[in-house]
Design a protein around this ligand. Structure first.
Ligand code: ZN
Ligand code: ZN
Length: 371
């Protein structure tokens, strides 16, 4: 064997080693299980516009680690975006210094930490805080503040006054916790007289307050429905069956100014579970924006029997009962479904919307002409 023969033999061995390393590294290379990965996506909640108003899905009451919540403020934004919201307020309790050890900052910090990511996700972030006083005073969210620290004072009236001076919108939270003075609401009457009370939660978390709905409408207050989240949204609400509780805000534009204008003019609807609570005007317009009645088709002329297609183009479920000569019975229309309903010819029917409340014991009723 000559010199070149020796070299090519060495080269072949070298090549074999290189190839075996390559196949070895191929064998033991990490396998990326892409089927396991799931990018963060948003649950889009479809609700048609009502006249010139967009229906913004809003939650004006939730907490972060900067009071007694369990999450960092920016997680509230991500969670809200993923669950279909457009507008939120992180309203940490303001009393005293930041209560958790290891944390610094003040009453404005949760807003400041969340603002950048809110802008990134397109969530409108309202600056606010929760004034938290013993009964019979109760808890109030001051929304649209400039400086949250200024409402951190002991006297409940002064705290609210300091918010009002900044042009805040004051919302009374979970009024039914006020059991000691239920149905009296003395302090709140005083706030009303002074023009310091603008909105009230007719639902909070999974609680629905029918009595408060009546009281709010009597006093011309803005109706709110909020989560009052402390932990993770997935650990507090059944999102497999329902949307999270929310306040539907009928706003001219998707801006904070428009949201504020809508709150000031009481254009809101509370939505919790299958229930809606609101003023008759807005609830009836919402119903007709979501539920579309087709034309009656007569299938048996002799018996005057017909059918009509009814479609729910929204993500709100609707439960309603017909009364009148042309149609009867109770019907449930799940989100984005349609149904064929039997008719007796054509004519006007009264539709009682069993999941839409315009008073503690009063459902929305609308007239529909089946033709
Ligand atoms: Zn509270
Ligand atoms: Zn709260």
């Amino acid at each position: 064997m000559g010199y070149y023969g020796k070299v090519s033999g060495v080269f072949l061995i070298f090549l074999q080693i290189v190839l075996s390393i390559c196949s070895w590294s191929e064998l033991y290379a990490p396998t990326n299980l892409t089927e396991l990965e799931k990018p963060l996506v948003r649950r889009e909640i479809k609700i048609p516009d009502i006249e010139e108003f967009k229906v913004l899905k809003s939650d004006f009451h939730m907490h972060s680690v900067f009071s007694d919540g369990y999450v960092w403020p920016d997680l509230r934004i991500i969670e809200s975006w993923a669950t279909g919201l457009d507008v939120i307020a992180i309203t940490d309790h303001v009393e005293g210094p930041v209560s958790r050890p290891y944390l610094s900052g003040d009453d404005n910090t949760s807003y400041e930490l969340a603002k950048g990511i809110a802008d990134y996700y397109g969530i409108l972030l309202v600056k606010g805080g929760e004034i938290t006083k013993k009964q019979p005073y109760g808890h109030y969210n001051a929304l649209f503040l400039n400086d949250v620290s200024l409402i951190d004072v002991e006297d409940p009236l002064v705290a609210i006054e300091n918010a009002v001076k900044q042009g805040a919108f004051i919302q009374w939270n979970h009024p039914e916790w006020n059991t000691a003075t239920r149905n009296k609401f003395e302090f709140q009457k005083k706030l009303l007289e002074k023009g310091y009370l603008h909105g009230v939660e007719i639902s909070n978390g999974s609680e629905w307050y029918p009595y408060v709905l009546d009281w709010a409408l009597e006093n011309n207050l803005t109706l709110m429905s909020n989560s009052d989240l402390h932990g993770l949204i997935m650990g507090e609400f059944n999102l497999d069956r329902f949307q999270r509780p929310m306040t539907l805000v009928l706003a001219r534009n998707r801006t904070l100014e428009s949201v504020r204008e809508a709150l000031d003019n009481k254009r809101t609807i509370a939505w919790i579970g299958d229930r809606l609570g609101g003023k008759e005007e807005w609830l009836s317009k919402l119903f007709f924006a979501c539920v579309k009645f087709g034309r009656v088709e007569i299938v048996n002329v002799e018996k005057n029997e017909g059918k009509v297609r009814v479609e729910n183009i929204s993500d709100i479920p609707w439960l309603f009962k017909f009364s009148g000569l042309a149609a009867s019975g109770t019907h449930r229309l799940e989100p984005r479904t349609s149904s064929i309903i039997k008719t007796k010819g054509t004519g006007e029917v009264i539709v009682k919307v069993l999941n839409a409340w315009i008073g503690s014991e009063k459902n929305l009723e609308v007239k529909v002409t089946l033709e």
